[in-house]
Ligand binder design. Sequence first.
Ligand code: GLP
Length: 256
Amino acid sequence: MRFLIRPDAVAAAQQVADIIAARLRARPTLVLGLATGETMRPFYAALVARHRDGLSFADATSFNLDEYVGMDARDPASFAAYMRAAFLDHVDLPTTRAHLPRGDAPDPTAEAQRYEDAVGRAGGIDLQVLGIGRNGHLGFNEPGSPLDSPTRVTTLAPSTRAANAPGFAPHRTPRQAITMGLGTILAARECVLLATGAAKAAAVAQALEGPPGTHCPATVLQQHPAAIIVLDVAAAADLHQRDDCEAVHPGATLDD
Ligand code: GLP
């Protein structure tokens, strides 16, 4: 794992956007894995700004990590709506190649398999962007998720439902989601984790320095051969190796 620690959430998000821009320029047909969540908003804003400066997504493909089961893509609370508003409506990535699981599919299990197959047909994910839940989840792979799991239907942990409740009417937070599995994520050729804010510090430390295991799904990143961890100072606060990280990678450039 390579750690890049930036002063604040905006600088960390811009760092991730810089990584995407560099990979996209080197490989315009990049297959991107994308994430949602509040952490990602400044990241998408930075990507849109780079597009306005000339970065093109015209030949790229994207696969989002997850979507709520039962969610119509037109619902403003859907991850599909989030992606349109934050990113897809503002860049030139063709909508036919911007994929999310279909939350309203009549058979969610079959939809999960279809999605896993679609990722495979696209040649796999070149670069997977990830956030992290406070309980260490990746996508909606909650604690207990098998480390080799494929895209599948999962049940949200109570703490995840509570964290995501502000986006929904009272008692309407979905209970299930279709998520890329930890195996799907690990198969990506490169992973970039973005975590910011003090509320993520404990999860970040457990995920990156704690004992690997299903109790903390994000510990799978410890076994990924090409994982970049981008943090702001607040999210890095509980890392024991933090000083080493900063010393080893002071202002590291994208291509080193
Ligand atoms: C969400 C998503 C994850 C995301 C995480 C953190 O529910 N399923 O992909 O990384 O929870 O979200 P936030 O950035 O809002 O803290």
